[in-house]
Design a protein around this ligand. Sequence first.
Ligand code: ADE
Length: 422
Amino acid sequence: MAKKMKYDVKDLKLAELGKKRILWADGDMPVLAILRKQFEKDKPLKGMRMSACLHITAETANLARTLVAGGADLVLCASNPLSTQDDVAAALVKYFKIPVFAIKGEDRRTYYKHLTAAIDHKPNITMDDGADLVNELHTKRKKEAENIIASMEETTTGVIRLRAMEAKGILKFPVIAVNDADTKHLFDNRYGTGQSTIDGVIRATDMLLAGKDVVVAGYGWCGKGFAMRAAGMGAHVTVTEVDSIRALEATMDGYRVCTIEEAASYGDLFVTVTGNKHVLRPEHFRKMKDGAMVANSGHFDVEIDIPGLKKLAKSVRNVRPFVDEFTLKNGKRIRLLGQGRLINLAAAEGHPACVMDMSFSTQALTSAFAVKNKGKLEIKVHDVPASIDKKVAELKLKSMDIKIDKLTAVQKRYLAESGEGT
Ligand code: ADE
């Protein structure tokens, strides 16, 4: 008799709506759809037990369908307590028969219980968004780490954690930094975060950005994307940075650059996208204007020092979904959006399907690459092979009906030779 599927989702009755959203997103993920067909035929993941810790969204559902089409025995768990789309989680279980452990708003204990369930699946291959699964496998579940062929990492913060593990010499299996592929960070981090962060802030607050002072902490690809889109909506954008090159880049991109301390006194909205801890701290909150909004679009909820904010407050009240208002002892009110968790997934739907198409196609092809190279990959953080990046870019252009030029024979020769000069 077939074993009963284990899962933990909010409510299976939400599955109908979830299925509609998955299929809607699928319409904007043409590259992944092509790969799904190929995977169905070639079965590159056949015999693989796979656990993926990702934001459980409609786009992730389409990646999951692709991995299963490729032969993977897949289990999904949430990579953030507040990013799960409960209807999608229900549809994955009910209609696609993929076990999911994820509930929007789950507490810390449940979050870790769900990670545990994913590891209980005894995976040979894992996929992470933030490296929590890999971290569990290196700390509490070391025995299970022995079965892992490789792991894929989706986000900047996860890659930073993995590189730190590599530097300490404690990494136990090869990992592939999918985030660092051009087809991922140049599009998902920049255009995805740019648009979806604005979406999250607006859905949470209904604020008008035109004419506002928006302070962006961090000018990596996500910060660049958000600054660009906020400026496009008429905000006066200030960038704060710790890196001198990025600070110069932001200056010459036309933004005001100053310290957070200085920006604290005039910002209307502060968004952290640094991947670091306690970027906005009590000394900044104290200086902020009455009604200032603070949000985070980095992976973890540590960028805003929320315990520090609580200590400064004489009262806290929820004023609308995803907005908590802290009244400080100095009388000023600070509004924290989405509990300091990534605002684009907490209050909105994350990056649009069109851009996740590339990130998740790169994930799917990289998984197949890892399986094909089982036992041959060194234990370190690997880049995605350039051939995968190129294939995804070519398929995406094709899906957009965009043609590009080819090098002529003369041009190829010119590039290959050094003789011709002035
Ligand atoms: N990360 C950011 N946006 C996302 C989405 N829509 N689905 C999965 N992961 C995401």
